[in-house]
Design a protein around this ligand. Structure first.
Ligand code: FEO
Length: 404
């Protein structure tokens, strides 16, 4: 690879991770990139670093533009490992550089590294750094998605270095949205945005709205959004901002996701008439079998639909473990604006459907009760009940969807 100019002497110098499939438990079927950027101005300024395994890659890219020892400033927008663990290698090559970071970022940096020899300047929202011909404006974005997080806006070029926000886990030979749409599809890119939001940013919808509103109040024009993962938005940055606002405001498809697991195919057999009932009410239905599907994909499918039905057999009087794992994961993401229900088969005393509703109640989701339980295996009569259950749930989803 070599450095890629995104505009007026601002270059991408990051790394592409084609092979990562498990990103701290988040399954990434399309790999990812670790994006960082360098401003080739009077004072050469590096914005973020990359994951440690790719230090050599970003250093090689930087060397296509300059001797790394000439780096004057290093801006650290976020201290999670995938963006900061090559900082030591950078500072070894540019020991006199000054690091710009938030107060909470510095506290983290002090834990990760021996920072005693580094020049570190703590910055807050509104602080600026002049690099010669460019002005960098720092914007703290706490809890988007870590306490230390911030973004950097380059005023003269209207470029927002947005750190994790607006990113996607997509490894590609191209760097920009218009290029990706040409070689993949717009759906592929949109899906990458939704997947990232659902799995990382779902809990922070209100903060996202507030922070976007803050940026809009500052009157900052944005022509390019350059995130720390995936594709850079240069043809239509407004599109991803609108997608974020829509998702934060509760936008979802008027559809149902059936997310289930099964022991001996009885719960699975229930999904077919339930799905038919949903479809006969005119709604799209996505069916996801948990142990056959990465957790992050199940979370994304939950997030895309207004309604979710969870199917779980009872095992030892409680939920099936893979379903419990899904619901635990989901609860941590604090979902909102979704309606849910549960069904499942049992052999002895039941209990799984009850447990699923308890989880939904902890999440504060709208629920449709009662759920549906079937002893051992659905009979013809049970299948008719499943069909009616699916239709009834779809009607409730349509009613609930009108609120948005
Ligand atoms: Fe890409 Fe929060 O790290």
């Amino acid at each position: 690879m070599k450095a890629v100019e995104i505009t007026n002497n601002i270059f991408w110098v990051g790394a592409i991770d084609w092979g990562v499939r498990d990103f701290h438990g988040y399954i990434t079927p399309s790999g990812t990139t670790y994006n960082n950027y360098i401003i080739m101005d009077k004072d050469i300024t590096l914005l973020d670093t990359v994951k440690y395994d790719y230090s050599h890659e970003t250093i090689k890219n930087i060397k296509t533009l300059t001797d790394p020892s000439k780096i004057k400033n290093v801006v650290i927008n976020h201290i999670e490992n995938d963006h900061v663990t090559s900082l030591e290698d950078i500072m070894y090559l540019a020991p006199h550089a000054t690091i710009y970071i938030t107060e909470k970022g510095k506290k983290g940096l002090d834990k990760f590294f021996d920072t005693s020899k580094w020049n570190i300047k703590v910055v807050k929202t509104g602080d600026t750094l002049n690099t010669g011909s460019k002005t960098l404006l720092f914007l703290e974005t706490p809890m988007l998605h870590w306490p230390d997080s911030m973004m950097t806006y380059i005023k003269e070029d209207k470029v927002l270095i947005s750190q994790d926000a607006f990113g996607q886990h997509i490894a590609s030979s191209v760097r920009f949205d218009d290029e990706l749409i040409n070689c993949e599809s717009i759906t592929f890119l949109d899906d990458g945005v939704i997947d990232y939001y659902a799995n990382i940013l779902m809990p922070f919808g209100q903060l996202i709205k507030a922070k976007i509103s803050d940026i809009q109040k500052l009157g900052l024009e944005i022509e390019i959004i350059a995130p720390d993962h995936g594709i850079i938005w240069r043809s239509n940055p407004k599109k991803v901002i609108d997608m974020y606002l829509d998702m934060a405001n509760g936008k979802a498809d008027e559809s149902v996701a059936i997310i289930y697991d099964t022991m001996w195919h009885s719960t699975e057999a229930m999904t077919i008439p339930i799905m038919q009932g949903i479809k006969d009410e005119g709604l799209k239905c996505k069916v996801v079998k948990l142990r056959a599907t990465p957790m992050s994909v199940a979370i994304k499918e939950f997030w895309k639909s207004r309604g979710c039905l969870v199917g779980t057999p009872t095992l030892n009087n409680i939920m099936y473990p893979s379903v419990a794992e899904f619901l635990t994961h989901l609860r941590g993401l604090r979902p909102k604006n979704r309606i849910a229900g549960a069904f499942g088969s049992y052999g002895w005393g039941g209990g799984a459907v009850r447990d699923a509703y308890e989880e939904f109640k902890k999440m504060g989701l709208e629920i449709v009760e009662p759920g549906l339980q079937v002893l051992y295996k659905p009979s013809h009569e049970d299948e008719q009940k499943c069909y009616a259950f699916g239709r009834d749930f779809a009607i409730k989803v349509k009613e609930y969807h009108k609120k948005f």
